[in-house]
Design a binder for this molecule. Structure first.
Ligand SMILES: [Zn+2]
Length: 486
C-alpha cells in the first residue's frame, strides 16, 4: 500500500530523551529512529483533553490507561470515513481511536504495544502457547488455541490476545461472545488485526525537553526561512506587507518565524463572523504580546445573508470561503492598498492540493494579494515545537481536541470534531442549530439532514455543470454582492 503522502514522514524518536525528534539525530547526540505512523503522518502533540479522553476510553474498554502521567504522547490523524487518530507513546503506535458517526460513539483500537504499558484487565483472551507463533505472524485465533477470556466480551469487541504469562501475542476483533467461545471446538474466535510493529521505549519527558531535543531542527527552520524570504521578497518589498492571521497554529508559527528572521509586521485578520470566541481572544493576546498592529477585515455579516439564499455551505459547495473571506479581503485590499503582499501559514502536509501549491502565488480569487508561505515544508510537529519554544499564546480550542481553526461550523470538519466543538462552544452551536432547523423546515428536509450531518455534502448532481460551474458560481456571487452594495 502506497498510502497518502504529502511529503516525507519526518517523525523520529529519541530513546534517550523519550522525545519525538524531527530529524535522524537528536540534539543530545543520540541517533533517532523513525516512528511508523500511517501517512500522511502529520502528527501533533496530544493535549490534556486528548489525553484524558483517550485514557478514559481505554480504561473503560480494556482497564488500562494508554498515556502514563508525564509521558509524551502524539496524535496522528489517519484517513478514515470520519475520524481516526493514531496514538504514539514511547515512540510506538500503541493504539487508535475511531469515531463511528452512525452511533456517535468512539471505538478504541489497541495495538499489541499497548499491553507493554499496562496489562489489560478487560477484553482480553488467553491463548495457548502453541497458537502464539502463528498469531504473532498475523493468523486469527481458532478454537483449539483458546484457553479463556474476560467473560463480559461480546462478539464484535476489540480484544487483546495474551499468553498465559501475560505477554501480548496480538490484537483483533472477537467473532463470538465469551460464553460461546468457551464451548467451541472449531472455528474462528478472534480475527487478528495486522499492524506494523513499532519499537516501544518507556519513559517520561516534558515538552520543554522535547523542544530542547529539537533545538537544532528549529534553528535550521529559521535559517531556511531567512533564506526563503531573502530570495523572494525583493520584487514585492515596496508593497504593504502583512501576516495573514487566522488564529490558528500555522499562522501563529508563520508570524513568529517571520518576526524572528525578517521583521515585525502587522497582522491581517479576516473576521468571517463565524469564528470561535477563543480566536478573537487569541488575536487580542497575540497583538498585545508582540505589540503588533491588527488590520481587521470585517465580512459584515455576509455569511448569514448568503445562508438565507443558499442554505449552509457544503464540502462540495463551499460558497462560504469566497463570500465571507476572499471577497471581503479582495475588496479591502483594493480600497486600502490596491495591492499587497502577505505571509500565509500554508503547509504542504495539510493536503494534496497544498502540497502541489507553490510557495509564492496569487490567490485565484484575490489577485491583488501576493502570498508567501514561509512554513510550507513544516509539519504540524515543527509548528508546535516552534510555538512551544517561543512560549507563544495559542488558540485555546487546540486544548480541547479541535485541531482545525477557522469557521466553527466548517462543513469540511469531521462529525467527531463538530461534536467536540458542540461541547466546547454550546451557545454558538445552539445558534447554528436554530438557523439550520429553520432552513430544514422551510425546505422540508429530513431530520437526519442535521442529526447525521448530511448537510455537509450536497451531492446535488442535478445542478452540476462540470465545465462552467466554477465560473458561473463566481459570477453570480459577485453580481449579488455588487447588487446589494449599490
Ligand atoms: Zn535525545
Amino acid at each position: 500500500m502506497g498510502g497518502l503522502y504529502h511529503g516525507k514522514i519526518l517523525l523520529h524518536w529519541c530513546d534517550t530523551c523519550h522525545a519525538p525528534v524531527m530529524a535522524d539525530r537528536c540534539a543530545c547526540g543520540s541517533e533517532t529512529r523513525a516512528v511508523p505512523v500511517t501517512p500522511p503522518g502529520d502528527a501533533r502533540p496530544a493535549f490534556p483533553d486528548d489525553i484524558s479522553f483517550i485514557n478514559n476510553l481505554f480504561l473503560d474498554r480494556f482497564g488500562i490507561t494508554l498515556i502514563p502521567d508525564g509521558w509524551i504522547a502524539l496524535i496522528n490523524n489517519v484517513p478514515d470515513k470520519d475520524r481516526m487518530e493514531e496514538i504514539v507513546v514511547g515512540g510506538a503506535v500503541v493504539g487508535a481511536v475511531r469515531y463511528l458517526p452512525e452511533t456517535g460513539r468512539w471505538d478504541a483500537l489497541p495495538r499489541p504495544e499497548a499491553a507493554l504499558i499496562q496489562r489489560p484487565e478487560k477484553r482480553y483472551v488467553i491463548v495457548d502457547d502453541g497458537a502464539v507463533p502463528s498469531i504473532r505472524d498475523g493468523a486469527s485465533l481458532l478454537a483449539p488455541g483458546f484457553v479463556s477470556c474476560d467473560p463480559d466480551i461480546v462478539s464484535g469487541d476489540e480484544v487483546f490476545m495474551l499468553t498465559r504469562s501475560g505477554e501480548c501475542a496480538g490484537v483483533g476483533r472477537m467473532k463470538v461472545d465469551a460464553s460461546e467461545a468457551a464451548t467451541m471446538e472449531r472455528g474462528q474466535i478472534v480475527r487478528s488485526r495486522k499492524n506494523i510493529r513499532s519499537q516501544f521505549t518507556p519513559g517520561p519527558a516534558s515538552w520543554d525537553e522535547v523542544v530542547t531535543a529539537n533545538k537544532d531542527v528549529l534553528i535550521r527552520l529559521e535559517s531556511a526561512t531567512r533564506q526563503f524570504i531573502a530570495e523572494h521578497i525583493g520584487p514585492y518589498e515596496h508593497l504593504p506587507i502583512s501576516i495573514s492571521y487566522s488564529g490558528g497554529k500555522d499562522s501563529l508559527a508563520s508570524l513568529l518565524v517571520v518576526m524572528n528572521t525578517y521583521k515585525k509586521l502587522p497582522i491581517l485578520f479576516i473576521d468571517t463572523g463565524m469564528e470561535f470566541p477563543s480566536t478573537y481572544e487569541n488575536v487580542r493576546q497575540v497583538t498585545e504580546r508582540y505589540d503588533l498592529e491588527c488590520i481587521m477585515v470585517d465580512s459584515m455579516g455576509e455569511f448569514w445573508r448568503e445562508f438565507e439564499i443558499q442554505g449552509p455551505p457544503a464540502v462540495d459547495c463551499r460558497w462560504c470561503c469566497k463570500t465571507a473571506k476572499l471577497e471581503p479581503l479582495r475588496i479591502f485590499i483594493e480600497v486600502t492598498w490596491n495591492e499587497c503582499v502577505s505571509f500565509v501559514g500554508q503547509r504542504k502536509y495539510e493536503s494534496a492540493s497544498r502540497a502541489r501549491n507553490p510557495r509564492v502565488w496569487r490567490n485565484a480569487f484575490v489577485r491583488n494579494q501576493i502570498c508567501l508561505a514561509p512554513i510550507h515544508s513544516w509539519t504540524a510537529m515543527h509548528v508546535w515545537l516552534y510555538i512551544f519554544r517561543e512560549k507563544a499564546p495559542y488558540n485555546d480550542m487546540y486544548r480541547h481536541g479541535v485541531d482545525r481553526m477557522g469557521c466553527y461550523m466548517c462543513p469540511a470538519s469531521d462529525m467527531a470534531i463538530l461534536e467536540r466543538i458542540k461541547q466546547h462552544v454550546p451557545d454558538l452551536w445552539k445558534e447554528w442549530e436554530e438557523r439550520m432547523e429553520a432552513w430544514r423546515i422551510k425546505h422540508d428536509l429530513p431530520e437526519s439532514w442535521m442529526a447525521e450531518g448530511t448537510w455537509r455534502v450536497r451531492n446535488d448532481r442535478s445542478q452540476e455543470e462540470p465545465e462552467s460551474f466554477a465560473r458561473h458560481d463566481a459570477q453570480t456571487g459577485r453580481g449579488r454582492r455588487s447588487g446589494r452594495s449599490s
